[in-house]
Design a protein around this ligand. Structure first.
Ligand SMILES: Cc1cc2nc3c(=O)[nH]c(=O)nc-3n(C[C@H](O)[C@H](O)[C@H](O)COP(=O)(O)OP(=O)(O)OC[C@H]3O[C@@H](n4cnc5c(N)ncnc54)[C@H](O)[C@@H]3O)c2cc1C
Length: 436
């Protein structure tokens, strides 16, 4: 860790989380240490090497992101707590942090769109001693940013539903046990034709057709998923039961993006803290900058810029998470956070590579890995271009000052007073697509 980049408040926050997880059998420090150890091999193979968790850790990992009423850890219900945790794990290894077991991206649409019984069934499956993964499938080979134009088709039958289509770039898709899959009942209806289905990965017709060869975030094993006459029961359709005639499952996808963009940003913050720490460790060990004419003052200026960038990204991330925990965050807050954090990650990792040069990268391969990971960060959860487009559109629409991220009912203190449940947060999603 780099103590000067971790405020004592953050240290307390992670200590509290660590204690709460220890009560559930998970040793957080040991997990992070093991993630660091297996990081190079996981990056080389795209596998979760080890695995870095022990048998006792599994149930707490599975239950991360599960609401309290279904057995989730109360200390991890707020988005601020989740962001703090993800920054900590991202510092150990960004890719593995995103590849840990649990419902993952599938959680927000289930909370937003499913009935109480469906939620109970979905979250109960994670009460297991074996590692389980959820996944979220919306992107298709021809429709990524423009997700509302998806072609995966859901057809109603007498017995339930039949899905046909292909999804791609699905995080943890190859190891998932269940996938929240978005499909259209009528492509002419745009976002209003979209429905969300819980697809068990044992369902006949569902196959993992490919695992991508990735430049970065390799352990997340992005997969292409194929649905060929995939028969589902009626109950697979996520439906609260109080929907308006014109159903809008796409808002469930938006909830996922609103929720995970700050978390992804926190992972980036953690990854860049690690880059900064490794860079300093290399310089302290006598490493000389790639450009041998650089003055000490110029190297210090670069480090200062790195610190400034990381601190700003964390503040934005924390502020958005804090607002979200109070139902005051908008999709734009999440977009601004992610757009800033992914540019920050690109800039910091590039600066570190330039400074360290081939000698530094040889001594600390993590610097080069972080550079590749930063590229993937910019694309997942909506590309940086699309985030900027959404921010600009929201700014044009708004008569207030949309860029004033501190605007919240009660300002933005460093810590939440009382963490709300995961399922009560993030009610304020307003956008409708990666490309609205
Ligand atoms: C690491 C990673 C994890 C992912 N995980 C998941 C997942 O779990 N589930 C899932 O469903 N998807 C996932 N994705 C897919 C991701 O959401 C899409 O890759 C992303 O939305 C971009 O879509 P695309 O790849 O089709 O690119 P395209 O939409 O084809 O975009 C190509 C380029 O054009 C630009 N562009 C597109 N439209 C516009 C526009 N209107 N204005 C300006 N520029 C534009 C983009 O910024 C980009 O640079 C993941 C992707 C990555 C890299």
């Amino acid at each position: 860790m780099t103590p000067h980049l971790h405020t004592s408040q953050q240290a307390h926050a992670i200590a509290d989380i660590s204690t709460a997880l220890a009560d559930r059998g998970l040793d957080l420090d040991l997990l992070a240490t093991r993630m660091r150890t297996v990081s190079p091999e996981s990056d080389a193979t795209g596998e979760i090497v080890g695995p870095p968790w022990g048998a006792d850790d599994v149930s707490a990992l599975n239950m991360n992101l599960v609401p309290t009423r279904y057995g989730g850890c109360p200390a991890l219900q707020s988005l601020v707590a989740q962001a703090t945790l993800m920054a900590f794990l991202g510092e150990a290894d960004a890719s593995l942090a995103l590849a840990l077991p649990g419902p993952g991206l599938a959680m927000p649409p289930v909370v937003a769109l499913a009935s109480t019984q469906q939620q109970a069934r979905f979250f109960q499956r994670f009460q297991s001693g074996a590692p389980l993964w959820g996944a979220f499938a919306i992107t298709e080979p021809d429709y990524g940013s423009d997700a509302t134009a998806m072609r995966t088709r859901a057809r109603k039958t007498g017995r339930g539903w039949v899905l046909n289509g292909t999804k791609c770039f699905i995080t943890n898709g190859a190891r998932a046990d269940c996938v929240i899959t978005f499909a259209t009942i009528n492509s002419q209806m745009g976002r209003y034709g979209i429905r969300a289905f819980l697809v068990d990965c044992n369902t006949p017709g569902f196959t993992v057709s490919r695992i991508e060869r990735m430049a970065g975030l390799r352990a997340t094993q992005l997969a292409a998923l194929s649905y060929a006459d995939c028969e589902l029961t009626d109950d697979a359709l996520l439906a609260r039961g109080d929907e308006k005639p014109l159903d809008d499952a796409f808002s469930g996808a938006q909830r996922s993006w609103d929720y995970f963009r700050p978390l992804l940003s926190a992972v980036m913050v953690g990854a860049c803290r690690r880059v900064r720490a490794d860079l300093v460790a290399w310089l302290d060990a006598g490493g000389t900058p790639a450009d041998r004419h650089r003055s000490v003052a110029s190297v210090e200026a670069s480090l200062l810029d790195i610190d400034r960038q990381i601190a700003a990204a964390w503040l934005l991330c924390h502020c958005t998470a804090w607002k979200a925990d109070r139902g005051a965050a908008t999709s734009m807050d999440s977009s601004m956070t992610k757009a800033f954090a992914s540019r920050m990650a690109a800039r910091v990792t590039r600066a570190a590579m330039d400074l360290a040069g081939i000698d530094g990268i040889t001594a600390f391969p993590s610097l080069e890995q972080a550079y590749r990971d930063a590229k993937a960060f910019d694309i997942m959860e909506g590309t940086g271009d699309l985030q900027r487009l959404m921010i600009a559109r929201a700014a044009q629409r708004s008569t207030s000052r949309p860029w004033d991220i501190t605007a919240s009912p009660a300002g933005c203190p460093a810590q939440p007073d009382s963490p709300p449940d995961v399922d009560n947060a993030h009610r304020s999603g307003q956008e409708t697509s990666h490309d609205t």
